[in-house]
Design a protein around this ligand. Structure first.
Ligand SMILES: [Zn+2]
Length: 271
């Protein structure tokens, strides 16, 4: 089941070395390592806001953390939706409209290529835009929800709603109920539980390589997944613009723009 590539440069290409951690302190370190192609590995990737930011997606969290003088507590909580649904709706309609003005960047495209070459590949994202899908990725686990879909509050059904009329200031009604009801943004608000967590933990616990890209390391539970991957023996890799608070939890760290680094890294990983 293993391929037979040799790896001469442990520093540059240690991602290929399945037994890297076990060999690190052993006498075998000075020998050529018997490596396994990344294509044969179970790979899980987690992406965060840094990847979207390079496409110009405004996160509303940067600088002052405000949106038109409203705090995120005013527009991104279940209470806010009850208190002032129009304000919350306007906030998310602005973000949904923004999707039509941004394009996937080379990081998105590189991940689409990586997925196409690896049979056992999972992409988890904290991002709510659809740039991964437009960059060639599929079956993306959007743990914080998605902008392009809306959710019926009665049935929990989601619908892809991105026509011009869906993107106006008017509320959008569902198609699932006998009496159509106002849909909410399909977004995990502050105070709500992220989506797919059982599946995400299962995938991270069982992967060989866990790669985090453009994530600050501040937002849990996403920030804790590297600890889970490490505990279960995965090789962990970080690609981030700068060093986040949890950088020392990774086996391998690459700092810089994801759009510049990832195309090169993916080429190396698939070499
Ligand atoms: Zn409904």
């Amino acid at each position: 089941m293993y391929s037979t590539n040799f790896c001469d440069n442990i520093c540059r290409r240690k991602i290929y070395c399945y037994f890297y951690k076990k060999l690190y302190n052993s006498e075998l370190l000075n020998l050529n390592l018997f490596c396994i192609s990344v294509r044969d590995k179970r790979v899980v990737v987690l992406t965060g806001a840094g990847v979207s930011a390079e496409s110009g997606v405004k996160t509303f969290r940067g600088n002052d953390g405000l949106w038109e003088n409203h705090s995120l507590d005013d527009v991104a909580t279940p209470d806010a939706w009850i208190r002032d649904p129009q304000l919350v709706w306007d906030f998310y309609q602005a973000r949904r409209n923004q999707l039509t003005q941004v394009e996937p960047n080379p990081a998105h495209l590189a991940l689409g290529l990586l997925q196409s070459e690896i049979p056992d590949f999972t992409l988890i994202t904290q991002n709510v835009d659809d740039l991964h899908e437009r960059g060639g990725s599929s079956s993306v686990l959007h743990m914080h929800g998605e902008l392009r879909t809306l959710r019926c509050e009665v049935t929990g059904e989601t619908e892809l709603r991105m026509t011009d009329s869906d993107l106006s200031q008017n509320f959008v009604n569902c198609n699932c109920c006998e009496t159509p009801t106002k849909m909410r943004p399909d977004i995990v608000w502050f105070g709500e539980i992220p989506m797919f967590m059982q599946k995400i933990y299962q995938m991270v616990e069982n992967c060989d390589i866990f790669i985090v890209i453009g994530s600050s390391g501040h937002v849990y539970p996403a920030a804790g997944l590297v600890g889970v991957a490490s505990t279960y023996g995965a090789h962990t890799i970080l690609v981030n613009y700068d060093l986040p608070v949890n950088a020392d939890m990774f086996d391998e760290v690459h700092t810089g723009k994801a759009g510049e680094l990832l195309p090169k890294l993916v080429t190396e990983w698939l070499d």
